[in-house]
Ligand binder design. Structure first.
Ligand SMILES: [Zn+2]
Length: 363
């Protein structure tokens, strides 16, 4: 993207961004760059503006913030005197005349609403920068028209849980346009066979792992190429690996010193099996404040030590005294242990200890 063309990103050259503001929400002010607009009735090019209306249209979120487009929409006069239309409002490429949402945002909402209830959709979208009520989600869903393409050649097919997994449906997409072209109740072979029979041009099917789809496609469209997408392939592999591990590995493995204990493991497991859980369960643990027999709260002793109190000072003095003796003993190289013991009035054991001590040990 050319840096100079920065104002044409998102809405294109036809609608350059002239101003933007970011707070809790993101606002764009855009203009229409076209001066001429075709009259919807007679098709003549009109330029004279009757009046303008300010519109604020919600768009898909950016960085989980609500995005609004502000635009002055023109109402133009038709210059053709024979035309029965006096004035008309210009159409926007990204939103219909009376909508407060862009087409992109409506698509964004539908994509979520297929998998969730309307109230969940409204709630979850509110966390990621879309302002839409549950009632509006309902209305949007009522107005969804799924346009089938009987000549479609490449399809994607997937099962979707409608309303918290209570009910299943099969969604079929046109892989080239990414449009939903069918939403069929159920996800069994017989549910989709009638639809497949009406779409004999299909040459390529991207499908999930459900074999009921494979059976239906093999029967109705034996020449179509079937592929599983990567997501479903991994899901499959992991499922089989899990089953393999479950069948091969014991349910408990005992590890000691980084070694897996082979035979002892069964012994430990049998010991575990003999635990009387009634006794274990009888021990209760609560986070309540501990209370003594009089109903008073038990306070734990939490005393700070005063390093300058009498006891500590006396201890410090004795330690120093010992240290001084140790230094003297180390320097008296002409006396043996017995003589040193008698001279300084300490045990022979301590004399030996002092002699072994390095200078740092006494400090
Ligand atoms: Zn006209």
């Amino acid at each position: 993207m050319n840096y100079l063309d920065f104002n044409t990103f998102l809405y294109g050259k036809e609608y350059p961004i002239v101003k933007w503001e970011e707070n809790d929400t993101i606002n764009f002010w855009i203009e229409t760059s076209k001066s001429e607009v075709k009259c919807p009735e007679c098709g003549c090019n009109c330029i004279s503006v009757h009046e303008t209306h300010q519109r604020k249209i919600q768009d898909t979120p950016i960085h989980n913030k609500n995005v609004y487009i502000n635009i002055n929409v023109r109402e133009l006069k038709c210059e053709n005197s024979k035309c029965k239309v006096k004035t008309f409002t210009e159409e926007l490429a990204f939103a219909s005349k009376h909508q407060v949402r862009t087409y992109a945002l409506t698509e964004f909402i539908i994509t979520h609403a297929i998998y969730m209830s309307s109230s969940s959709t409204s709630l979850i979208l509110s966390f990621i920068g879309v302002n839409v009520s549950a009632d509006t989600v309902d209305n949007i869903l009522k107005n969804v028209h799924i346009i089938d393409n009987p000549n479609v050649e490449r399809i994607g097919i997937d099962d979707v849980a409608v309303r918290k997994g209570m009910k299943y449906a099969t969604a079929i997409y046109d892989l080239d346009t990414h449009h939903l072209i069918a939403l069929i109740e159920g996800r069994e072979k017989d549910d989709i066979v009638p639809w497949l029979k009406e779409h004999k041009n299909i040459k390529f099917v991207a499908r999930d792992r459900a074999s009921s789809y494979a059976d239906a496609i093999n029967e109705i469209l034996p020449n179509a190429v079937q592929v599983a997408d990567r997501f479903h392939l991994f899901e499959n592999i992991i499922k089989y690996l899990k089953e393999m591990f479950y069948s091969e590995l014991p349910d408990k493995i005992v590890i000691k010193d980084n070694e897996i204990l082979d035979k002892k493991a069964t012994k430990v497991i049998s010991e575990l099996a003999n635990i009387n859980w009634d006794i274990v369960d009888s021990f209760s643990y609560t986070n309540d404040v501990p209370i003594d027999e009089n109903g008073e709260e038990i306070k734990f002793i939490d005393v700070e030590y005063d390093m300058n109190d009498k006891m500590h000072l006396a201890q410090e003095e004795r330690r120093l005294e010992k240290y001084n003796i140790a230094v003297k003993i180390k320097n008296e190289s002409n006396l043996n242990i017995d003589e040193l013991s008698k001279k300084y009035n300490v045990s022979q054991y301590l004399v030996k200890k002092f002699l072994k001590m390095s200078d740092e040990d006494g400090e």
